[in-house]
Design a protein around this ligand. Sequence first.
Ligand code: NAD
Length: 322
Amino acid sequence: MSRLRVAVVGTGFIAGRHLAALAGFDDVEVVAVADVVPTRAGEVAARYGARSHPDGTALLETEELDAVWLCVPPFAHGPLEAAALARGLPFFVEKPLGPDLATAEAIAVDVEAAGLTTAVGYHWRHVDLVHRAQELLRDRSVHLVTGAWLDRTPGAPWWSRRAASGGQVVEQTTHLFDLARLLAGEVDTVTAVERPAPEGDVPAAATTLLTFASGAVGTISSARVLGRRHHVGLQLVTEGLAVEVTERGLSDHELRVADADGEETSGSEEDPIAVEDREFLDVLLGEAPGVRVPYAEGLRSHALACAADRAAREGRPARLGD
Ligand SMILES: NC(=O)c1ccc[n+]([C@@H]2O[C@H](COP(=O)([O-])OP(=O)(O)OC[C@H]3O[C@@H](n4cnc5c(N)ncnc54)[C@H](O)[C@@H]3O)[C@@H](O)[C@H]2O)c1
């Protein structure tokens, strides 16, 4: 059987999850990896029998590939996508699409012009419980959305610099903004406030007030000052029914559904990273119709998170699409 030849750029935490998934597919061969920390790239390359590069652009210019996974921090986006585009190479890219909106908007124009197959790592969309939430909400009008990402500060050195990561709202809470769009529709306007942290320029906490095109209202809050993850989830209130999706870890989700008769809770330990990777591969093989989150769709969620971040920084409301 001929195997799809793939590479992974950035060999940190999330790359490890994608590599584990990719290595588990017998129609995939991981041929190369790259990281600006060469020893890290070398160790990962040895583990997967792949070639190691100290530079993602060089990898993209020299390797013969069917697809690439871009698993780099937010600040590193731009040149890698440009190199993939130059070769017409389909790419999977982790969220967020950049630390700001301008980088991603420029890439989106080129992706659209090239008609390239892309996917963005908004993995909540690949959780089976989220599909069930979609089914439950399909014919209902959502009145209220409340979300919270209450967590510790991640340890990666780039995370605590707002210019490098985009900050918590753009880097982490973006998953909740994406889920809110999926389950309650597009957002018209956001108003936001933030509380500075004693250390670093990523706020200690922030809250966004949202109005949806449907008329629904909502809030999504973020805090990074806890010792461990406390609560990460989104709740939707409709006439007589509340639906909540929470994430305790990348592969540990819960759905809580409550109505007048009582409450039902279900859990999932499915690996949504493997599911999103498989979907992308199947589209490349012509065995699936399309990816759930192509670049243009990921950009809409990124734009919402960036608008929430901007509204807090500037202290004035932001309209989506402005
Ligand atoms: N889908 C999710 O839930 C999820 C979870 C974790 C991380 N992520 C995202 O994945 C991205 C990476 O996060 P992480 O936790 O793996 O970070 P990390 O710091 O663990 O790994 C990033 C790696 O990229 C390397 N790198 C930096 N610039 C590079 C460049 N120009 N070329 C090649 N390598 C480069 C770094 O040396 C590092 O090894 C972030 O955007 C993050 O938001 C997504």
